[in-house]
Design a binder for this molecule. Structure first.
Ligand code: ZN
Length: 124
């Protein structure tokens, strides 16, 4: 889809049961490539980015206190939902900054992107 035809729209979504209205970026369902909205640079083609796994995984405050099972859980266990997932991405061939992205894992629809440290419900 040409960039001029893409655009922001709003929709109510329920990630983890919390209702709030968010903006999402329409790229069209037949787009051969994700059009990822970098919070600093705007929408760019997927090939400029690198995936960094699930977002909001907090490092344990006292790793030495964890047993092997709890440490393995922190390292390897991820939500892997069928639906909206908060992910980390880096604009590797652009501004080289990390950010978070809410993406539907079924349709690949991008709900929104936001800077690291920003609340996921905020529209920037
Ligand atoms: Zn960027």
């Amino acid at each position: 889809m040409p960039l001029a035809e893409a655009g922001w729209a709003t929709e109510e979504v329920t990630p983890k049961g919390a209702w709030y209205k968010v903006a999402f970026w329409y790229t069209g369902s037949l787009s051969p490539m994700l059009l990822i909205p970098c919070p600093w640079c705007g929408p760019r083609d997927e090939i400029e980015f690198r995936y960094g796994g699930e977002a909001h995984i907090a490092r344990p405050t006292d790793p030495d206190a964890l047993d092997d099972a709890a440490w393995a859980d922190y390292l390897y266990m991820r939500a892997n939902p069928k639906g909206i997932l908060a992910e980390r991405w880096v604009h590797q061939y652009g501004c080289r900054r990390w950010f978070n992205l809410l993406r539907d894992t079924v349709s690949h629809r991008i709900v929104r992107s936001y800077r690291i440290g920003a609340r996921s419900g905020q529209i920037e």
